[in-house]
Design a protein around this ligand. Structure first.
Ligand SMILES: Nc1ncnc2c1ncn2[C@@H]1O[C@H](COP(=O)(O)OP(=O)(O)OP(=O)(O)O)[C@@H](O)[C@H]1O
Ligand SMILES: [Mg+2]
Length: 310
């Protein structure tokens, strides 16, 4: 299968500074790629190169097999993008905005408007003026605008920035429909890691211009599972820790009236029976799981450049 997007050794220099440094990754139909990293890491610059807004210093970008430098038009006609705030005419209705933009493309784009309006869930408000829209509605209209050209790749730079929790969930649902039903590949750059965890199939972490991790959500979930800890709140935590160490050779940590053990759920029953057999009273059992956000900070804070925790 040809990737919708393939980026190879992509590099951008501003003066002597490499703001994007040898970035390589591919994206396939229906995949949602979450692009994360601290402020100034190089997300928007990478996105600007993929959307043709700025030229790479080095490296290649292919969209649906077409090189953006050699066949710009053929490559870029497969891309729809909302980079930061969508550009909309506030005194026109949402529908008029879409009709205006559709004219840049072809008649087919105008014909698709009702279907797109439905996809982004704006049927009830599309005839109202954009100036009366909430931020979430403006973002949805921006996505509708980006879909007019029937793109195979949709690029959204911080689409949930400023949205309330309700708006974030709505945005997630729209993106999932676009990926699952329309088979569109989507890139989202965002600082909302909890949200990306629920939306994305792949996560790429960029720091200082380098793509330091590129993992599927399954791989990330496996890592999170392996880092899982179980907390037993019990009457004799020090004694419990000693027993677990002796019997199972597991590193235990005593915190207050509890003992914390790196333990998989399928081994839990055995340990519980053993502690009960040792006359330890267990008052409660809690699963302690890392979030994507915690993994992200672990990685960024790690001082060794070659280390990898994802
Ligand atoms: N036109 C430009 N001229 C010079 N430097 C630039 C230019 N555009 C971006 N930069 C620099 O490139 C680096 C990467 O910026 P970029 O906007 O890609 O980061 P980002 O990951 O999108 O950050 P944020 O999360 O804040 O949006 C920053 O150090 C920025 O100052
Ligand atoms: Mg940015």
């Amino acid at each position: 299968m040809i990737p919708v997007l393939s980026v190879e050794n992509l590099t951008k220099m501003y003066g002597p500074k490499k703001v994007v440094n040898n970035v390589t990754f591919s994206l396939f139909p229906g995949q949602i790629f979450g692009f994360v990293g601290p402020n100034g890491a190089g997300k928007s610059t990478t996105i600007r190169m993929i959307t043709g807004l700025t030229l790479p210093t080095k490296g290649s970008i292919r969209i649906c097999g077409y090189s953006i430098s050699k066949s710009f038009k053929k490559a870029i006609e497969n891309v729809g993008a909302v980079v930061e705030m969508p550009q909309l005419y506030p005194y026109l209705s949402g529908l008029k905005n879409l009709k205006l933009y559709a004219k840049f493309y072809n008649k087919a784009a105008t014909k698709r408007i009702p279907q797109i309006v439905k996809l982004v869930g704006m049927e009830n408000r599309i005839k109202d003026r954009v100036s009366t829209y909430s931020l979430g509605m403006k973002q949805r209209l921006g996505i509708a605008q980006a879909l007019l050209n029937k793109p195979k790749l949709l690029i959204l730079d911080e689409p949930t920035n400023g949205l309330d929790p309700n708006g974030i969930v709505e945005m997630r649902n729209i993106l999932k429909v676009l990926a699952e039903k329309e088979n569109i590949a989507i890139i989202i750059s965002s600082h909302n890691l909890a949200e990306l965890e629920h939306t994305c199939d792949v996560i790429g972490l960029i720091n200082d211009g380098r793509l330091i991790e590129y993992k599927t959500m399954q791989e990330i979930n496996k890592i999170i599972e392996n880092k899982q800890r179980i907390q037993f709140i019990c009457n004799y935590p020090n004694y419990a820790a000693l027993q677990i160490k002796k019997k199972y050779n597991l590193p235990c940590k005593v915190v207050g009236n509890s003992v914390i053990v790196p333990l998989k759920e399928n081994n839990l029953a055995v340990v519980v029976s053993y502690l009960t057999y040792k006359k330890i009273k267990i008052y409660s059992i809690k699963k302690i799981q890392k979030s994507l956000e915690e993994l992200y900070f672990e990685l960024l804070n790690s001082s060794r450049p070659s280390s990898s925790i994802l």
